[in-house]
Design a protein around this ligand. Structure first.
Ligand code: SF4
Length: 360
């Protein structure tokens, strides 16, 4: 990999070593007039991440100035994200960096992908379908992907290896990139430096608030499929078995998954097995429910689900709640409480959530 690759993939080990070799201190990055273009691009990275699509520039290997600017904009964007220290922004920024890399990686040659993967201690070999990955690497990379197609049981295992296409390898690498970008974020920024970043932070804060009010912000920290209510679990199982869902159930499932923080892409992947699947139409519908038209839709309450015949096999927890989101938040609460009890820490227990999510 050369310096151009370091600029395009600034979180890889070679890139950080290269930045160190330049002798660039954080103070100089934040204050030097010569670094202004890198700071402006760093701010742009964060704004693009909030918008939902971080774009990488076209850079030629001979354009040293552009390479340096792009490379140094990355640590500055991390400083900005850390100064704002907002969980929604941090998640969105890490995802945007990872998705931008995925788009580049799926266009790369096999040799490049193999070298790139080795930076994450993944060593794919070429195969007839593209690549083969040792199953332990595959599990590590796919563990956060919710769609059934990524489950190991749905993959052919041959001599301990899983075959993946080039695009799938790039998608799996996206997960490792996201984790690496997330590492150490938010980092501690000395007050003096944070103050000097203020001129760049104002626009980001304003844009962030605007996007949050449009798209809503998930109150849930993680997506835990084993805690979903029976109605949603059943709908997902039907979708993945290729059974067409009623429109009302498809809406309820999508709104539920978006509200708990699942990404638009992961939901679209989930619909991929429906018999009438049309990716463009699905994206339009999911983004519409996510709030692209200005309205952020909430999933329906249990009584509405019952009215439309979408309440399926209610269990004991269902008797205590009136909304599928309350089912999920109570299950999460019990899981956390049990984990704390098992670790012997009972002091941090918060009160059990009540079933008070409002009607859609
Ligand atoms: S009672 Fe509510 S949460 Fe439970 S299955 Fe029915 S609709 Fe879903």
């Amino acid at each position: 990999m050369d310096e151009k690759d370091f600029a395009l993939y600034p979180y890889i080990s070679g890139a950080s070593l290269h930045v160190k070799s330049l002798g660039m201190s954080l103070d100089r990055l934040v204050t030097s007039r010569a670094m202004e273009s890198a700071r402006v691009r760093g701010k742009e990275r964060v704004l693009q991440a909030i918008e939902g699509e971080l774009t990488k520039p076209n850079i030629s290997s001979s354009d040293e100035q552009k390479i340096l600017l792009e490379l140094l904009s990355y640590p500055f964007s991390r400083i900005l994200v850390s100064c704002i220290d907002d969980a929604f922004l941090t998640r969105r920024y890490c995802l945007a960096e990872a998705v931008a890399s995925y788009r580049l990686l799926k266009m790369q040659k096999h040799d490049f992908l193999m070298e790139f993967a080795s930076d994450f201690e993944v060593y794919p070999d070429e195969s007839e379908t593209g690549f083969k990955l040792h199953f332990s690497s595959y599990i590590r990379m796919a563990s956060s992907l919710k769609a059934m197609e990524w489950k190991l049981v749905n993959r052919k295992l041959r001599h301990g290896n899983v075959n993946v296409s080039k695009e799938e390898l790039a998608r799996l690498l996206q997960e490792l990139i996201k984790t690496r970008v997330e590492h150490n974020l938010p980092m501690a920024v000395p007050d003096e430096l944070a103050e000097k970043c203020e001129p760049y932070l104002k626009e980001i804060r304003e844009f962030l608030e605007e996007r949050k009010s449009t798209f809503g912000e998930s109150e849930f920290e993680s997506v835990e499929t084993d805690l979903f209510p029976p109605c949603v679990t059943h709908a997902i199982a039907n979708t993945q078995a290729g059974v067409n869902l009623a429109h009302s159930m498809r809406f309820a499932m999508t709104a539920f998954l978006l509200t708990i923080g699942m990404s638009v892409d992961d939901i679209i992947n989930m619909f991929g097995t429906s018999p009438d699947f049309d990716v463009e139409k699905a994206r339009y519908q999911v983004e519409h429910i996510a709030g692209s038209s200005g309205t952020h839709y909430k999933p329906p309450s249990c009584s509405t689900m019952q009215t439309y015949g979408n309440c399926y096999a209610p269990d004991d927890m269902c008797k205590k709640i009136s909304h599928p989101l309350n089912y999920y938040s109570r299950k999460l609460w019990f899981k956390k409480r049990d984990a704390q009890r098992n670790s012997g820490n009972q002091t941090a227990e918060k009160p059990e959530p009540v079933g008070n999510t409002t009607e859609e």
